[in-house]
Design a protein around this ligand. Structure first.
Ligand code: FE2
Ligand code: FE2
Length: 249
């Protein structure tokens, strides 16, 4: 526990739970809340993506079933994160009745719309994988309840990404499917890279200072882009430039 009001060096911060959180500088408390609110909302949007968007984009009963199953995972992830917030006095139940468009913490196109099955494939293959990168940083969070939450969530997210990859790979086998994935990639690549946040964000540095993240938004994005680009190119896809059509850099 650190009771100093000064910014502590990140390596010495360890906050075991809600009681110790109250002893931390208000800036730390706000960052923990902010990070958790975004994550919590993102999980709920993930559940909605599966059953409000993806479900209606397929006629395959097995794929519909998978949409429902993975939505259950996302709801469970929401509940885990919501519990951590409730333990520090923040009730997120209002999010349940919000529509995708109303959710403001995780304000990215990546979770708000999906036009076709090819986009559905890439949302799981790319966007959910980007989420894993962030969660992996959060497994080392200075706020212990966050660190404890992540491993199980990552385990399940990897299955979601794996399914997205399999759909993508399967579609890429036919000329028409490949074309559909390529077209979807033109839209989903910049949207995926945007999910990491603004490179000039002040909060990005603060998260690192307080041991709540490991990499800056910019570094995390570039690291993800390098690895994802290789996987997409291996499927014969042409990956757009990392700067093209970005909402913000
Ligand atoms: Fe999730
Ligand atoms: Fe997921």
């Amino acid at each position: 526990m650190n009771t100093s009001s000064q910014i502590p060096a990140k390596q010495i911060i360890h906050v075991s739970g809600p009681a110790e959180l109250l002893d931390m500088p208000s800036e730390y408390q706000e960052l923990v809340k902010r990070q958790l609110m975004a994550h919590t909302e993102g999980e709920l949007s993930g559940a909605d993506d599966y059953v409000k968007l993806f479900y209606f984009l397929t006629d395959d009963p097995d794929e519909k079933k998978i949409c429902c199953q993975l939505a259950l995972d996302e709801l469970e992830h929401y509940k885990r994160a919501a519990k951590i917030l409730l333990d520090i006095g923040i009730d997120t139940s209002f999010m349940i009745s919000q529509g995708l468009e109303e959710r403001a913490f995780y304000a990215t196109e990546a979770v708000k719309s999906c036009k076709n099955w090819a986009e559905r494939a890439l949302i799981s293959f790319l966007v959910e994988d980007a989420v894993i990168d962030v969660l992996e940083e959060m497994t080392e969070s200075s706020y212990q309840p966050i660190a404890d939450m992540c491993p199980q969530v990552i385990k399940e997210e990897k299955l979601h990404v794996g399914h997205g990859f399999r759909i993508t790979r399967e579609m890429c086998r036919s000329e028409e499917g490949h074309h559909q994935i390529q077209t979807a990639l033109e839209r989903m690549w910049p949207v995926t890279l945007d999910t990491f946040g603004r490179s000039d964000s002040e909060r990005s540095e603060q998260y690192i200072t307080y041991g709540l993240r490991i990499r800056t938004y910019k570094d995390a994005r570039e690291r993800f882009a390098r690895r994802a680009r290789l996987k997409l190119e291996a499927l014969g896809l042409n990956v757009p430039s990392d700067e093209a059509n970005r909402k913000f850099l």
